[in-house]
Design a protein around this ligand. Sequence first.
Ligand SMILES: [Mg+2]
Length: 323
Amino acid sequence: MMPLTEFSLIERYFASITQPASPYVDLAIGDDCCLLSIPDTMQLAQSIDTLNANIHFPAEANADLIAQRALAVSVSDLAAMGASPVAFSLAISMPELSEPWLAAFSRGLQQAARHYGIALIGGDTTKGPLSLTLHVQGVVAKGRALQRHGASVGDCIFVTGSLGDAAAALAFMQGQLPVAKSAQQFFKQRYYQPSARVAVGQSLHDIATAAIDVSDGFIADLGHIARRSAVGAVVDVSLLPVSAELQANASAEQALSYALSGGDDYELCFTAPSDKRAQLLELSELIDVAITEVGTIVAGEGVRCIDEQGREIILSESGYQHF
Ligand SMILES: [Mg+2]
């Protein structure tokens, strides 16, 4: 096979992902830089993520799933700020130039790009261990971005979707968690095709006081809100949204451990005053995404977990235990 130059490679596999055209993108792939124009009323939100094979995703996974996950994970940061996706750049390192791999990768990338309405505007390819770096850009009305620092004592803590599925999926794929055949597809989907909660984030500008996406694990990420807001948080673990599939395939303790500490969920965790509950219920129904109240912001610092009787529980490697 003729070796592909970088240019023809990008042309062949990535040119079509420059759509959907955004009003903010003046020039996409083809020149030395892309050009964007942002209206005075908007701020540009930017985030960059590197995903390394066998650290952040299994190298042997289907390339189209690797692509879909990579873009969703990156767009999730835009969702957490309440920003609307506009454009992204992609740098790929790969050990060899495999056209079937690239074809599948670009197919998955295109599917996710269309889903999130985000266009590829630049890229770079190099030879090396498989690694993806995505730089995403979005827009948000000036001064309206959701941030981590606004939680106040008395605010309620909410989370979208369900927690723990991605961690369970990873454990299943690594042979550490047996999963019934009927649920295997569900878990793989939750890991490879997480739903970046863009519509939720866009709807929270007048509701949330602080927000973050759950990438490191629910407790860890809520901890970021608590620290940046100089408050504490109390989570009632009996309220955590856990999928029926996770409940059916893991012990209660294991499921709780995944939900609290497993990463990769890419749900949104946010705080809001209690008088926003009704609005959140309406929003949840309108956009068909579960939004669950799981705790309260308190004075102090750190995140504490309690059970339904209000008894404090602590997490350990093997799950959790009561004090
Ligand atoms: Mg994040």
